[in-house]
Design a protein around this ligand. Structure first.
Ligand code: GDG
Length: 472
């Protein structure tokens, strides 16, 4: 395959490019807010980097262009492909299956066919832009076939793949009609990164069950096309956030003033906070149920506490998400209808997206952060709350089913399926003494500071470079 002259040494491949297209001809591209951009910026800036991804608008055909020191390579998706590959196979097959079947996954052959076709397009775009011997870092569940396709196109590349969501236990994974193709797709990578040790273990087990390859301490022996073998590493690289950015924002006088304003606006009550994409994996319904019962039983009083729930709009064309929105809004309406007074509201429900500054003001204003996911790869909100608590107080209630629970051991742990347990944990959080808050928060902040996002990408890249060395 011929290489373009401006070939890149590092290529990131993700479903979405880190920009949004706008209709304003003066500024046709805007940086989209998102953790992945921040996470990969240091990697991209230090090299001749290119980013391959979908620009976010159907049928948009644009040539590669430079933006913010990066080469962006848009991959075109038709409206039909968005429906079948993205909303269908990615978000209605893989997403629910990998989150422990909280919602039933759909298995449709036409979704799968589109997934294969679109993955090939991403692989070809990456192969065309990568320099000889370049490092290619593929991201997430929408692109699980890309590593193998890329290796077949370009044996010279060093290929990494990071999986942002959980990898399920074999008993669930084995439902997938294309379970062998997906595993084989991932095994095309040199390093396959997961959030938790348990995810990497589930993956290795699936590989053993399906292919009988030898797996030992994260090293998988994979046969090669020429009859030889190579080693792929499958292990945990827990993702994190840009801690200093949150720390800086949380110390800004205007953001602190905004936090005070929020508190006063809510009547100086104890503030419980939830921040999630409106997704059935996040346990918003369980949280509302527990909170609603505490109010109904008089163990909490609306004059003393309030719950602010930011539920940012997500995947609004997928049926399960429409249904979830209805259920949540009904639950909020019921709780407020039954417990509000003329002056005080029990739940402030916000189905919007906010600028990051406003999110940090909310983190600063909140006495208790509720992260009650039923299953979550990591959950960055938990880490953002901790990083924003520059006063070293506040309480994090954290589901043991979020990847963050492996690291944030000083949070109040919950099993969100156990509503009575969740109620007790919420009450304990509301009543935690200032001394205990500080003791826990100090430990949490230390952990988050010591493992920020730069460490995450560095660790991943180091393992890729190690495998490059082994190859030579
Ligand atoms: C996937 C995995 C894994 C939310 N609402 C607003 C807003 N957000 C930001 C949060 C946070 C991000 O979105 C959400 O990240 P999470 O990690 O909580 O969850 P997912 O979106 O499901 O992400 C997850 C992650 O990938 C990374 O690997 O941790 O497990 O599911 O940064 O702050 N940001 C702004 N306005 C909002 O209204 N500005």
């Amino acid at each position: 395959m011929s290489r373009p002259p401006a070939a890149a040494d590092v290529v990131v491949v993700s479903n979405r490019l880190p920009v949004d297209h706008s209709d304003d001809p003066a500024e046709p591209w805007r940086r989209s807010p998102g953790g992945l951009v921040a996470a990969l910026e240091p990697v991209m800036r230090s090299t001749e980097g290119a980013w391959v991804g979908w620009p976010g608008t159907a049928d948009l055909e644009v040539a590669p262009f430079d933006f913010d020191g990066m080469r962006l390579v848009p991959v075109t998706l038709t409206a039909e492909e968005i429906e079948l590959y993205y909303e269908g196979f990615s978000n209605d097959t893989i997403w629910p299956l990998y989150h422990d079947v909280i919602s039933p996954p759909g298995y449709h052959r036409e979704w799968w066919d589109a997934y294969v076709r679109v993955n090939r397009r991403f692989a070809e775009a990456a192969a065309a832009v990568a320099a000889e011997g370049a490092t290619v870092w593929v991201h997430d569940y929408q692109l699980q076939l890309v590593p193998r396709m890329l290796r077949e196109l370009r044996a010279d590349l060093v290929i990494g793949y990071f999986h942002h969501i959980p990898f399920p236990a074999y008993g669930l994974y084995s439902q997938l009609p294309w379970r062998r193709q997906v595993l084989d797709g991932l095994l095309g990578a040199d390093v396959i990164g997961f959030q938790r040790v348990a995810d990497a273990g589930n993956f290795a087990r699936a590989v053993r069950r399906q292919f009988s390859y030898e797996t030992r301490a994260g090293a998988i022996t994979v046969p090669t096309a020429d009859g030889g073998r190579r080693i792929a590493i499958a292990k945990a690289y827990p993702i994190s956030i840009d801690v200093s950015l949150y720390d800086e924002l949380a110390r800004r006088p205007d953001i602190q003033a905004r936090a005070r304003e929020i508190r006063e606006g809510l009547g100086d009550r104890k503030i419980l906070l939830g921040v999630d994409r409106l997704d059935y994996t996040k346990g918003i319904r369980h949280r509302l149920k527990a909170y609603g019962e505490l109010l109904a039983e008089g163990r909490l009083n609306v004059e003393d506490v309030t719950l602010v729930q930011v539920a940012s709009p997500s995947r609004e064309r997928v049926g399960a998400y429409m249904q979830l929105r209805d259920e949540i809004e009904q639950a909020v309406g019921r709780i407020n209808g039954e417990t509000d007074t003329v002056d005080y509201s029990a739940v402030r429900y916000l189905h919007h997206s906010y600028p990051r500054e406003e999110m940090v003001a909310l983190y600063l204003a909140a006495d208790v952060m509720l992260v009650t996911a039923l299953r979550d790869g990591m959950n960055l909100v938990a880490k953002e709350y901790v990083a924003s608590r520059v006063g070293v107080d506040g309480v994090l209630v954290l589901s043991e089913f979020a990847g963050a629970a492996d690291e944030l051991t000083q949070a109040i742990k919950v099993n969100p399926h156990d509503i009575d347990g969740l109620k007790d944990a919420i009450l304990a959080a509301v009543e935690l003494s200032p001394k205990d808050q500080t003791r826990r928060m100090r430990a949490l902040r230390r952990r988050v500071r010591e493992h920020d996002v730069a460490d995450w990408s560095e660790r991943f890249m180091l393992d890729l470079e190690y495998l490059r060395g082994q190859r030579a």
